[in-house]
Ligand binder design. Sequence first.
Ligand code: HEC
Length: 157
Amino acid sequence: MRKILRIVFIILIVGFVVLQFFQPEKNQGQITDNDILRQHQVPENIAVILKESCFDCHSNNTRYPFYDRVAPVSWMVDDHIQDGKHELNFSEWGEMDIFDKITTLDEIARETKRKAMPLKSYKLMHPKARLSDEQIAAIEKWTTELGEELLKNSISE
Ligand code: HEC
């Protein structure tokens, strides 16, 4: 019995090691002028929130702590990144049309207000990404102001 257990254990360890050779591609691209932080004069407190709490899943640049590089966690993380970027990619903000931008700003306010973003599993591993009530209020103010500014510019164009 002990021998079987030992063999099972060795197989598991070897499987885990082999798994490490199969990793998703890293989400670390170039920052271009389409990045939201280059497109707009984003207030410092908002830029900090976006970088700390959103960019890991909603931009072309993820910071990977060591545990995010270990398979199979790395695959779950990559799944969140792909889904997150598909919904909203702050690195490609400049490529969206104005109406997409305005609705997205609205969604950002809504998702943060109902505490759906950042994702719960992410907050568990990144306590610094949690948003305080003041930060949530600041996001709402910023999204409203930027939305109005975009709308005004589109009318005057
Ligand atoms: C751990 C990864 C992760 C982080 C961090 C994260 N998101 Fe998301 N986000 C996702 C995923 C995955 C989706 C798509 C699935 C869903 O809606 O749950 C999404 C969807 C969204 C959507 C679209 C919602 C909809 O239904 O239309 C918005 C807006 C959004 N996120 C904003 C944010 C903002 C703002 C932050 C930072 C405060 C943030 N997210 C942080 C992963 C993340």
